[in-house]
Design a protein around this ligand. Structure first.
Ligand SMILES: Nc1ncnc2c1ncn2[C@@H]1O[C@H](COP(=O)(O)OP(=O)(O)OP(=O)(O)O)[C@@H](O)[C@H]1O
Length: 586
């Protein structure tokens, strides 16, 4: 299907299923044919972008300039007459939001680990003169190694005079927007980002939003934000309260700065070092081993290959180099799939096979049928879901001001005020293992064969678990899941899946949720407004609940309900799921 739909990708990528959707893009999983690496492809139709094309272009520019361990790396950009494709690092672990929902809320220590990673990405952005302006858990993804990666730079701004220059376009998601944005005054991007980080940390620690319109009257939310009114749940420690108050400070001048956050006591508690935001790897590093492979494939000298590469055109050449480099850093064999090499060059390469073998031997500890280049590995797929969109606050009528450079990444009439960009913090303490994990390079996590095999086995198990139930989903028997990795599954006390299915259907209809079932999977939809026509556009929330068997080692299988959000506001989804499951999982 993908092959016919995306002709520009046909010879270089194998396009797989859709893994996400935003207001501007559909995101697909794909494999880079030459390296076998999984990538995410953000597909944007120019016709539907209209004036927002500038937003996409600023996202592309930002991504090209921002190489950081906690920012999803761009590999290639294809700009055709009708479509823009951004080929980027695939984050298989889903959105941070879903992780929070599945865990209700995070303990302080886990929240700290995550927050440090996000902070390091945001401080890096600010240091490079960018403000993100759409920080929220839906824009932070988890990779395979449980590391966070920031995505969606469509609203980012890089004022020409630097980060300490005021911006004026109010944009982002209302729940995460700083008071100054709602007041329609000029604001500093870095200060607005710190507010959003505060909302995000609150969500991590409390499993809820500090500023929410649920239960209140429509229109109350902006007032709550402007007045900085939020509740502090009792379980919050004094230090957590302190950092949250510092970030959710309605007066931006009194708000903590990114630099202060790097060294904040809450951030460095448990013997952590201050957060280091510098990238682990140099932006455009020359690696001769990788270059050699690329050069051979293209029948070029190393020097010619480097010359071509150093334009950093983000074309397929760049993508192949960056993907090979990533494989090397992860301790994986980093050769290219020879069957995609032009026939003439392939013949030459086959003659020169021994040196390639020698190179493979260097990595023999990780060569096995479970290697990522093995077909089983490349079939591996993991679940993702779509999300809701950030809004233009002016357009929503939350901020009243004449429309200017709407959603553009570069605010045109910025004015200067002083706010220093963060500088590298001094490491005062010794690194702990936790800090090491925060700053961990992918190589560390998979460089030993044992760890590598363990991780690949885990992935393959996960793949089996995911694929097998899918096949069964249409049939009359529920899927069987293993008790591991079930953070998105609620366990019931009932041992009859049919009864759970019936209870679930009844609970959904009692909550006025439109549902459609297929086998043991129910898709629920909630529509906006009364009497609205039920087009997808008006669909406020869409999710799936699947009744399944859960295999446990200790006792006979139990019946569970697997949840998946497909579209819509994440905290609303959380609330609906809680309501429905309460009625079902008695
Ligand atoms: N690199 C990636 N790896 C895995 N999934 C991704 C990746 N990038 C995006 N996604 C998925 O696709 C969804 C939409 O992506 P993204 O937010 O970039 O789109 P968008 O149209 O720009 O969104 P918005 O409307 O908020 O601006 C994400 O929420 C996520 O679930």
């Amino acid at each position: 299907m993908g092959r016919l739909k995306y002709p520009e990708l046909r010879t270089t990528y194998k396009v797989d299923r859709k893994i996400g959707e935003g207001g501007f893009a559909k995101v697909r999983l794909a494999s880079h044919l030459l390296t076998g690496e999984k990538v995410a492809i953000k597909v944007m139709e120019k016709a539907s972008l209209g004036r927002d094309l500038s937003r996409v272009l600023s996202e592309v520019e930002a991504l090209k300039n921002l190489t950081h361990q906690h920012i999803s790396q761009v590999y290639e950009v294809i700009d055709t007459e009708d479509v823009i494709y951004i080929i980027m690092e695939y984050c298989s672990g889903g959105e941070l939001f879903d992780y929070i929902v599945n865990n209700k809320r995070l303990c302080e220590s886990e929240a700290r680990g995550f927050f440090r990673q996000i902070l390091s990405a945001v401080a890096f952005l600010h240091n490079r003169g960018y403000a993100h302006r759409d920080l929220k858990p839906e824009n932070i993804l988890l990779d395979n190694d449980h590391n966070l990666k920031l995505i969606d730079f469509g609203l980012c701004a890089k004022p020409t005079g630097g980060i300490s220059v005021c911006l004026k376009t109010a944009c982002g998601s209302l729940n995460y927007a700083a008071p100054e944005l709602l007041l329609g005054v000029r604001y500093l991007g870095s200060q607005a980002d710190v507010w959003s980080l505060g909302v995000l940390l609150y969500a991590l620690l409390c499993g809820a939003l500090p500023f929410d319109d649920s239960g209140g009257k429509i229109g109350e939310l902006p007032q709550k934000i402007i007045h900085g009114q939020y509740e502090e749940p009792e379980h919050l420690s004094n230090l957590s309260r302190d950092i949250l108050r510092g970030m959710l400070q309605k007066n931006p001048r009194h708000r903590l700065t990114t630099e202060q956050l790097l060294n904040h006591k809450w951030v460095t508690l448990e013997c952590y070092d201050p957060v280091c935001y510098l990238p682990i790897y140099k932006h455009h590093e020359r690696d001769d081993q990788v270059l050699q492979i690329l050069a051979e494939h293209h029948n070029l000298t190393i020097q010619a290959a480097w010359q071509r590469l150093s334009n950093w055109a983000y074309d397929h050449f760049t993508a192949t180099y960056l993907l090979l480099l990533n494989k090397k850093r992860r301790g994986l064999p980093f050769n290219l799939n020879i069957s995609f090499t032009p026939a003439k060059i392939r013949a030459k390469l086959i003659q020169r096979r021994p040196p390639m073998k020698a190179q493979e031997n260097i990595h023999s500890s990780v060569m096995s049928p479970l290697s990522p280049s093995h077909p089983s590995y490349s079939r591996m797929v993991e679940g993702m879901q779509s999300r809701h969109t950030s809004v233009d606050l002016e357009e929503q009528g939350v901020v009243t001001r004449s429309r200017t450079s709407r959603k553009r990444g570069y605010d045109s009439d910025a004015e200067a005020v002083s706010s220093p960009a963060p500088t590298t913090p001094v490491n005062k303490r010794r690194k702990t293992s936790d800090t090491a994990s925060e700053n961990r390079t992918p190589t560390n996590s998979s460089s030993t064969p044992g760890k590598f095999f363990h991780s690949v086995e885990r992935k393959l198990n996960k793949m089996r678990n995911i694929l097998t139930p899918k096949k069964k989903a249409d049939s009359d028997t529920p899927a069987v899941l293993n008790a591991k990795d079930l953070h998105d599954v609620s366990v019931t006390s009932i041992d009859n899946p049919k009864k759970v299915l019936d209870d679930l259907t009844a609970a959904l209809s009692s909550c006025s949720i439109l549902c459609k079932s297929r086998g043991y999977t129910i898709r629920g939809k909630v529509f906006d407004g009364i009497g609205s026509d039920k087009k997808l556009n008006n669909c406020k929330l869409m999710f799936e609940l699947e009744v399944c068997w859960i295999k446990t080692d200790e006792r006979s299988p139990v019946v569970g309900i697997k949840r998946k959000r497909l579209k819509g506001d994440t905290f609303y989804y959380k609330k609906i799921c809680e309501q429905v499951l309460q009625l079902t999982v008695k």
